[in-house]
Design a protein around this ligand. Sequence first.
Ligand code: GLN
Length: 447
Amino acid sequence: VEQYLQVINEKSHLNVFLEVFAEEALAKADVVDEKIRAGRQGRLAGMVISLKDVLCYKGHKLQAGSRILEGFVSQFTGTAVQRLLDEDAIIIGRTNCDEFAMGSSSENSAYGPVVNAAGEKRVPGGSSGGSAVSVQSDMCLLSLGTDTGGSVRQPASFCGIVGYKPTYSRISRYGLLAYASSFDTIGTFAHTIEDTALVLEIMAGHDDYDSTVSHEPVLPYSTLLSNNKKYKIAYLKEPLASPEISAPVKGAVEDAITWLKKDGHTVEPVEFNYLDYVLPTYYILTTAEASSNLSRYDGVKYGYRSKSHVNLETMYKKSRSEAFGKEVQRRILLGTFVLSASYYDAFYTKALKARKLIQQATRDILKEYDFIILPTSPTVAFKLGEHTKNPLEMYLADLFTVQASVAGVPAISIPYGDDDEGMPIGLQLIADAFQEEKLLAFSRHIL
Ligand code: GLN
């Protein structure tokens, strides 16, 4: 813990942590130390973890990178976090992120952007950028982030580490501030598949506090990692032919395909005709859900309240206008628009239908093939400020990650080389729902 605290101090310019729980982490380390000496330690004894600022941890502040939650303190600990604490994990702090997890660069935080340690003029990706950099630059061993449309995988790829998004409903969302509830998943940042698998098996599984969480049995993923099977793998033609993909990323994926063939796997091109529709579908459905989820921040129940109101209505309006950032406001407006009476069918209902088709097409491929392989992001980490003026450009950073989110299936980003300037490239693998053990074992083989 002392060593991590020192690194956090030395690299404070990266703007990774919104709050460091230094005293508390040191005290917990002493307790864990004693448990180890007595042979009574949990399975995560000594594992130092950071939490994205959207996960409830009792008695600690929580802001979702937003001013609207200024002064708010969690009243309880979320299920996933509690399960880690019960196994003697040590939580070192909460990490900076895009406001309410909306963004792809961690520049939408009310507390300033996070900086990528691999290139200090570059973004770390988003929205869980602080979590990614906390692991990348050794400020902790592992971090919890959230992935609604790519917010774990894309920053992991920009920072050269492992980012895992489990099957939707594999891990309880109790104690996770909602962005788009039918997409939100808790995911992990780590250096190794072993750590990823161990933490997943501890967090996953049934929970009385979240009625959507799956009853599928949780396997001991961390003991099922040795696997030298030969697989059937599909690669999608469309992403590799996309005008958005950069040469180094394309080269890395082609290289992976060649390597996998040499390694004895069957790797074949398949068609996926919905690439043009995944982003619009994702952004219509998630903004609709966000507009509803974020209606609770009204200046009454939590955090910030405008001082300049004259009645209830102006209190709502001013509190929300003053404390929500631009991107969050844009999404609330977009979401209320697609849910409004005259446009509901044209946008929201249509996007629900498109989601079904994308799910079906993805799962059809995964019936025939063990995995789908594709880039995590079209490019390596871009420059700070490069896309902040144009939200549509920013949304394109999620072009390849949203498919797994819309389909609800598990996906991972693993580091696969660098470009000429030393910026990391990520390779993405997708498996069918609840095939976490297969996905993790194969990822370990590649890594
Ligand atoms: N970048 C995507 C968005 O802004 C994904 C966010 C996420 O996964 N939380 O919606």
